[in-house]
Write a new protein. Structure first.
Length: 177
């Protein structure tokens, strides 16, 4: 399975955590390896590799800064969630969205935190894993941390080494390569 990116949005629509995993080109041994990129401190533009042609390459979007990507992802989730609610009623919920190049997985907590993961199109729904990330990692390492801020004004994000290590270990254990 190929994992492209992961985002956490707070109830004030701010992206408080984001991480990207970008596939490297296939090595001479025929295996591809994954590198991770975290939220950049500058607004330098990011570009991905070629479109998804079955090789595990990330979707193409050139010239967008990381902040623009975050805004686009939140706007997409907000619009789709509202559309599902209006068409299906208050009981229906938005779970995932798939295009030809990626699949977006979504989980919203009771406190309106939004967890979004972009993966390969062949991945089944990851809602249960997003719930586990929230319950077992975010709540334990961020919410229960007395030194962590309860609100994230201006997009001040989650900066917790235990959360990041736990996320890497969790994703490595539950999501097969």
């Amino acid at each position: 399975m190929v994992l492209y990116s992961f985002y956490i949005f707070d109830r004030h629509t701010e992206c408080i955590y984001s991480r990207r995993w970008t596939p490297r080109p296939v090595s001479s041994s025929g295996t591809s390896t994954i590198t991770k990129t975290t939220r950049p401190t500058s607004s330098a533009s990011l570009s991905s590799t070629a479109p998804n042609d079955g090789s595990g390459a990330a979707p193409t979007h050139k010239g967008l800064s990381h902040a623009d990507d975050e805004k686009l992802i939140f706007g997409l989730v907000f619009s789709l969630r509202n559309m599902v609610t209006k068409l299906g009623g208050a009981d229906d919920t938005f779970l995932s969205y798939r295009t030809g190049e990626y699949k977006l997985h979504y989980y919203e907590t009771p406190t309106r935190m939004k967890f979004v993961m972009l993966t390969d199109t062949k991945v089944p729904n990851l809602r249960q894993y997003l719930y586990q990330i929230w319950a077992n990692l975010y709540v334990e390492y961020v919410v229960k941390n007395p030194l962590a801020p309860t609100e994230h004004p201006g997009g001040v994000g989650v900066s917790n080494e235990l959360f990041e290590r736990g996320l890497e270990a969790f994703l490595g254990a539950v999501l097969p390569a």
